[in-house]
Write a protein that binds this ligand. Structure first.
Ligand SMILES: [Zn+2]
Length: 388
């Protein structure tokens, strides 16, 4: 099971918009009060903050019981993150749970609690959202306002994915920089284009940062938005192709858990790292969504050793990975593209949780000839069939 967020635009009357604006202000003020209490008590505990200020917050900001509960939860969440301990909440969003929000499929509306009572709001949605929301009982949501003055709701739903049975087989996806995504059959989605565009943005960014004026900062912000949209479009195409293949072959999709990206991301600039992290996360989300929609099994696996294990003989050693792109097994001599080896190990379920799985035969590893896979004279066990 996985939790997805379905984003829909809210179709609001003028009165409803005012009700939400007032609620956002009250909610943010309550969050900030609760944060102040947490700081004073030197705690990030939801329960402790609640005990001290719950009734106070309700009275002072006119919040319903569960809006106050959500505000305290938000405050506790912020206090738990060291970097955010100095931040304040702006009046642009509200958190909802099952008691103060509900979704009705009959007319595609949501009911939201506000400081001026409940409002029922139609959703502006397409087939995509309908498919995801249809016959589901969402339990929480976030409402937010954009700079342009549009209002959105992100509805959290739980999606049951078919039980991952190993019989149907898996497509393994290895994430990287040189190749954004590599599949276990050798298909690679090159990162060239993205890196070129990224480098261009990077140059512009640097010169703007040197300027440091207010206008330059505005342009910077716009640039990062544009860069993200570009990356999103590419991620959309990649995820589409991966999931289409999974559907056609009746397989599930396996991906490394996010923490795994560290292994291939060695960049100095924090800005670059942030964008990469974001890009991987975005790609993962897009694959997860498309899998959920198509009923394709989706699994995240432990990424440890997936770049070091030989998928033919199982020998695992850091030195197996000779370079960014080259894998040479120190035991059986298998020579292959490192990304493809990673993807095969991911398809097998990872090297940690499935160390005992039947490993693949050489032909399976070498079928992707165009990705630089080659046989090499074996130095040890010739019985494995890795002849010259
Ligand atoms: Zn080997």
């Amino acid at each position: 099971m996985q939790t997805l967020t379905v984003k829909c635009k809210l179709v609001l009357s003028k009165e409803q918009r005012e009700a939400l604006d007032t609620t956002m202000r009250a909610f943010a003020a309550a969050c900030n009060d609760a944060i102040a209490v947490g700081r004073r008590l030197n705690t990030a505990s939801n329960i402790r903050i609640h005990r001290v200020c719950y009734s106070d917050l309700r009275a002072r900001h006119g919040l319903t019981a569960n809006l106050a509960v959500r505000a305290i939860a938000r405050a506790a969440g912020i206090l738990k993150v060291k970097k955010r301990q100095c931040s304040t909440v702006r009046p642009t969003s509200i958190d909802y749970d099952a008691r103060i929000f509900s979704f009705r499929e009959a007319d595609w509306t949501v009911s939201l609690s506000t400081v001026q009572g409940r409002i029922r709001v139609p959703l502006h949605i397409g087939d995509y959202q309908r498919t995801l929301l249809g016959s589901r009982k969402p339990t929480s949501a976030v409402v937010w306002k954009t700079r342009q003055g549009d209002y959105y709701i992100g509805i959290h739903i739980n999606v049951e994915t078919p039980p991952p049975e190993d019989e149907h087989g898996w497509i393994g996806v290895d994430l990287g920089i040189v190749n954004i995504a590599t599949l276990d059959d050798g298909t690679a989605f090159s990162g060239d284009q993205i890196e070129r565009v990224r480098a261009r943005y990077e140059r512009t960014r640097r010169s703007l940062q040197r300027k440091g004026t207010r206008g330059a900062k505005r342009v910077l912000k716009r640039l990062s938005g544009r860069e993200r949209r570009f990356q999103q479009a590419i991620n959309h195409t990649i995820s589409r192709r991966i999931v289409d293949r999974a559907i056609a072959e009746g397989k599930g999709v396996r991906l490394e858990d996010l923490s795994g990206i560290r292994k291939s991301v060695r960049v100095r600039k924090s800005q670059r790292r942030r964008i990469h992290r974001w890009a991987f996360y975005d790609l993962r989300i897009k694959i997860a969504y498309k899998c959920a929609l198509a009923g394709v099994p989706f699994e995240l696996i432990d990424p440890r050793y997936t770049s070091q294990r030989c998928p033919v003989c199982g020998h695992t050693e850091r030195a197996n990975r000779k370079s960014q792109s080259k894998f040479v097994c120190r035991s059986c001599g298998l020579e292959a593209n490192a990304d493809v080896v990673g993807a095969i190990n991911i398809a097998l379920g990872g090297a940690v949780n499935h160390p005992e799985v039947a490993l693949v035969d050489v032909e399976t590893v070498l079928h992707g000839q165009d990705t630089g896979l080659r046989r090499r004279a074996a130095t040890s066990p010739p019985s494995l069939g890795v002849g010259s």
